[in-house]
Design a protein around this ligand. Sequence first.
Ligand SMILES: [Zn+2]
Length: 297
Amino acid sequence: MTDAVELPLARGTVDRATAVRTDPDQLDRLWRDPATRVLRVYEGHSLVSGNPPALVLTSPEHIDGGERYFLGLDEQGIAYFAAYAPISPGAGEQLAGIRAVGGLLDDRGVGLLVHAIALANWHATHRHCARCGAPTEPVDGGHVRRCPVDGSEHFPRTDPAVIMLVSDPDDRALLGRQPSWPVRRFSTLAGFVEPGESAEHAVIREVQEESGVTVSEVRYFGSQPWPFPSSLMLGFLARASTTEIRLEDELVEARWFTRDELYQAVRDREVLLPPPVSIARRLIESWFGGELPNPNG
Ligand SMILES: [Zn+2]
């Protein structure tokens, strides 16, 4: 990881300890250990308290029902689980999602939160066997679901998406706006990798489809989980060999920005950039060469 870009949601420190998942006795023992820490998650949210916010972790004895998922072990051998059930905040606690607190939590906290929410999102929507339709049951500490009828195993889904900062020979950046976004929001182009396609080809195809611009050079930047509900964002820097923009229906607007144009537009709130927790923001700031103003906090 030493040469990699540090991205806000890719800072986890807890060892996933995958060998423990397949040892039901050890999982039970860890669940009975009062030192074990449990993160409650439900519908994309968990509990935080304090300023800056920290995850509210509790002992297993305070968890009443719901599915539980093993998240891993830290350097001290403390085990972490997620528990999936409706949550009521106590005094000084509040419900929070990844977009709100992902950039503010410490490294351990953000790693636990994205792991727990990504896993919970998958369990919530994949409760039946894809082969025979029977209800499946979680096994392996919640990292597999097994069909009791045909024995098939089903693994958590992660959907790869590419996101790219496209620059032209004059080093301007191409940013666009999707129809569903707020009026002044501009961001990098992005799209899902299709079956049988490489990430690099997806970059070239998506840029062409969304903007009509041809990309000739693609360089990997970094990746981070984006569990809304199950994406992995693969970031790239791409060089355009054409500059004429032709919009289809995926974007309502797309523009080339010089650094000065973007800086002024952001400062004057004519352009709203994506939030600091996003890889899009990091790609834009990497091209820009530093942090850009963040008028929305
Ligand atoms: Zn089945």
